[in-house]
Design a protein around this ligand. Structure first.
Ligand code: SAM
Ligand code: SF4
Length: 331
């Protein structure tokens, strides 16, 4: 793999970009955005696909080799498929992956596979239709659930993301693990983070990674820890004899910051070198002011060089009490 020029002051090489293609979504998950009154970016403030392509090309030239397409819900944006097709031809880009709520992704499965996109993360917080409805504020469980098996049948590598919270979905944890008995998929349990578009007064779930693991440990005696990638955010496990695996992501406890290789670009061009920190540049503005490729590269390199050690240090730089939604950050 080509060495990345994106190196922070602690010597960490960044090669993974999470690109949010929209802040809009057809769901209203309680942990991500309020039911109503959401302050979506105006259309003219969203980057165009041409701008995203230009910036992706610059990032790949600097050493990004993997791009995850996220949002909002990526597939609600018109023109997403032609964009992905162009993106898949960007030099240096070795892998494109997608995170979706699974309502629309399924209908594009053949096209995605044709482009070489075969890894998809689907958010699914419950295996019960009513709890799913309560969590997402949409009654779409049946289509999302059926779509997961169609994706698996088509040959996708599917990971399910499940945000764990008291009074919401604790009773789903073991059924999710049981799903890995016969299906070769990975279920990842996430700690809830404070990125929900609220004023910060909301009480977060106290289900941290230790509590999730202990709970699972009460139900199984044969949990095997798997060897994970060096930059993995999840600690991964498998129950003996099960086809799939499960993982726990300490997204709020932030135990993985030391090996984090990610950088984020929001749908409005805000660059973040840490999810918990403030934006460190706006690349859309630079492009619209007519900056040259070299200028944009300098801005990115300078921002990366200032990257903080971990999510706690980055958070200390943020003086806002408004908890930006993950859909705007590029989750
Ligand atoms: N709409 C797509 C989806 O839901 O998969 C992609 C965007 S969504 C913001 C990306 C991921 O962020 C999802 O897996 C979602 O569960 C997670 N997420 C959003 N808000 C979160 C929060 N406050 N705490 C933890 N995870 C969150
Ligand atoms: Fe939409 Fe994803 Fe946020 Fe849920 S988590 S509201 S599906 S962007």
């Amino acid at each position: 793999m080509k060495e990345s020029l994106l190196i922070d002051k602690y010597g960490r090489e960044l090669n993974y970009l999470r690109l949010s293609v929209t802040d809009r979504c057809n769901f209203r998950c309680y942990y991500c955005m309020p039911e109503e009154g959401i302050d979506f970016a105006s259309r003219k403030d969203l980057m165009t696909f041409d701008e995203m392509l230009q910036l992706s090309t610059i990032f790949c030239n600097l050493g990004i080799s993997k791009i995850r397409i996220t949002g909002g819900e990526p597939f609600v944006r018109n023109g997403i498929m032609p964009f992905l097709s162009k993106l898949s031809n960007v030099e240096g880009l070795q892998e494109i992956t997608v995170t979706s709520n699974g309502t629309l992704s399924n209908k594009y499965r053949a096209e995605l596979l044709d482009m070489g996109i075969r890894k998809i993360n689907i958010s699914l917080d419950s295996l019960d239709r009513h709890r799913f409805h309560h969590i997402t504020r949409r009654d779409s469980f049946n289509e999302v659930y059926a779509g997961i098996f169609q994706l698996l049948d088509a040959g996708f590598d599917v990971k399910l993301n499940c945000v764990v919270a008291n009074n919401k979905n604790i009773q789903d944890i073991i059924p999710f693990i049981e799903l890995t008995k016969n299906y070769s998929l990975s279920v990842r349990f996430l700690e809830e983070m404070p990125f929900n578009g609220s004023d910060g007064s909301q009480v977060l779930s106290d289900w941290d990674y230790k509590k999730i693991y202990e709970y699972i440990g009460q139900h199984y005696t044969d949990i095997n820890r798997l060897i994970s990638d060096a930059n993995s955010t999840s600690v991964n496990y498998k129950i003996s004899g099960y086809k799939g695996s499960f993982g726990i992501i300490p997204s709020f406890s932030r135990t993985f910051c030391g090996t984090c290789n990610r950088i984020r670009l929001s749908a409005t061009g805000e660059l973040r070198t840490c999810l918990y920190g403030p934006p460190v540049a706006n690349l859309r503005n630079l492009l619209r002011k007519g900056a040259s490729i070299v200028d944009v590269e300098h801005e990115i390199l300078a921002a990366v060089a200032q990257r903080e050690r971990d999510g706690y240090a980055a958070e200390a730089l943020s003086n806002s009490s408004v908890h930006t939604s993950m859909s705007a950050l590029g989750g």
